[in-house]
Design a binder for this molecule. Structure first.
Ligand SMILES: Nc1ncnc2c1ncn2[C@@H]1O[C@H](COP(=O)(O)OP(=O)(O)OP(=O)(O)O)[C@@H](O)[C@H]1O
Length: 359
């Protein structure tokens, strides 16, 4: 059963709808990531769930009880919802211990023991308890913010880009630690992020948002492999999207015929290939069966494990409305690191996915 349930949640500022009829179901103990471009409504949604703002229409329910409608709103402090923000929002004049214990009863006998317990729970050393927030690293500050939120024993933890100020290594490490901790405590988490990798690795449910609506909601593997539209495909990672005519179980494309997932014949379609399905090799000898087209490397941006290239390919399917020569941007991983001017051959290692929608 759904623990957190949103139905038709709408919030307008002036005439513009920041949220436009959002539905969401999150099971108890699950982790949902909301991902989308800047200004699409992610923070507005978290603020409504937290109780800092009220919907103009729709309902927000938690465990079968209504938290908010346009007419009624349970105050934020009665919702049992924790919130961790991008910058941690720690109180700068308080020590780490005072920050963590902020919401705990001052006179409680076990206050200090609970602060130490929470400190250890988030992987911090007790020695940091006397420090002020500015004497901590960004990652340590985020863990203190998390401990402070956990102290209130929330039923739901809302995380608004909590890792974005951290550098890459620390970010991945903190994210993993937080996911494990929330999982162990059985706390339902809603994470807002710009970062698709973060969304896919953190969550068991990803919601892709645009212009105040969810374009697609689903498990990370499903939504990555079977995006509902080109926008979802490109938002969740690098994608090569090519126009296609689907016939006889194959996609006829400007890159030549490409094997596809099962799909019915269609004159006007698009297929998606992810970088891990594309091998870029030096041209050697005649093409073998199953090889893709040869191409000229126009641009190549080397970024360590991956190289992103603009390739020029002699259009192979003149009936498709794609300019010949056809230019594609391809990201590939692997040992071959082509340079501009090189000739390369493409090979697709698994079937492409036919997008259900042309948008
Ligand atoms: N208090 C407000 N008054 C007027 N407009 C607002 C208000 N809060 C948000 N908006 C508008 O609502 C839309 C959604 O904003 P929101 O902050 O939810 O987006 P976001 O997806 O969190 O963006 P970002 O990723 O940049 O933080 C934006 O167009 C924003 O300008």
């Amino acid at each position: 059963m759904s623990f957190l349930k949103l139905r038709g949640v709408t919030r307008c500022f002036g005439t513009a709808a920041a949220l436009d009829g959002v539905d969401l179901d999150a099971k108890s103990g699950s982790r949902t990531a909301i991902v989308g471009p800047s200004g699409c409504g992610k923070t507005t949604l978290l603020r409504l769930i937290a109780g800092f703002d009220q919907p103009d229409a729709g309902t927000i329910s938690l465990n079968g009880k209504r938290l908010a409608t346009a007419q009624h709103s349970v105050p934020a402090h009665r919702r049992g919802i924790g919130l961790v923000m991008q910058d941690g929002a720690l109180f700068p004049h308080l020590s780490v211990a005072e920050n963590i214990g902020f919401g705990l009863a001052r006179r409680a006998d076990d206050r200090n023991a609970r602060i130490v317990e929470l400190t250890r729970l988030v992987g911090l050393d007790d020695a940091l308890l006397t420090r002020r927030p500015h004497q901590l690293s960004g990652g340590q500050q985020q863990r203190v913010a998390l401990a402070r939120a956990l102290a209130m024993k929330p039923r739901i933890m809302l995380l608004d880009e909590p890792f974005s100020a951290l550098d890459t290594g620390l970010r991945a490490e903190t994210r993993k630690a937080v996911a494990a901790l929330l999982g162990d405590a059985g706390i339902t988490a809603i994470l807002v992020t710009h970062d698709q990798e973060e969304a896919l690795s953190f969550a068991d449910q990803v919601a892709v948002m645009r212009d105040g609506r969810f374009l697609q909601v689903g498990p990370p593997r499903e939504i990555y492999a079977r995006p509902a539209s080109a926008m979802v495909a490109t938002f969740l990672g690098d994608a090569l999207i090519v126009p296609a005519r689907i016939e006889a179980g194959l996609a006829r494309t400007p890159l030549g015929p490409i094997a596809i997932d099962d799909a019915s014949p269609r004159a006007d379609a698009s297929v998606v290939l992810r970088p891990e399905q594309i091998v870029v090799e030096p041209v050697s000898g005649a093409p073998k069966s199953g090889d893709g087209p040869d191409a000229l490397v126009r641009e190549a941006e080397f970024a360590g494990a991956k190289t992103t290239m603009v390739l020029e390919i002699a259009g192979q399917e003149p009936s498709l409305a794609a300019a010949a020569p056809f230019a594609v941007t391809v990201t590939c991983f692997g040992g071959h690191r082509p340079m501009p001017g090189d000739r390369v051959r493409l090979r697709f290692t698994s079937a492409a996915y036919v997008l259900p929608s042309m948008q």
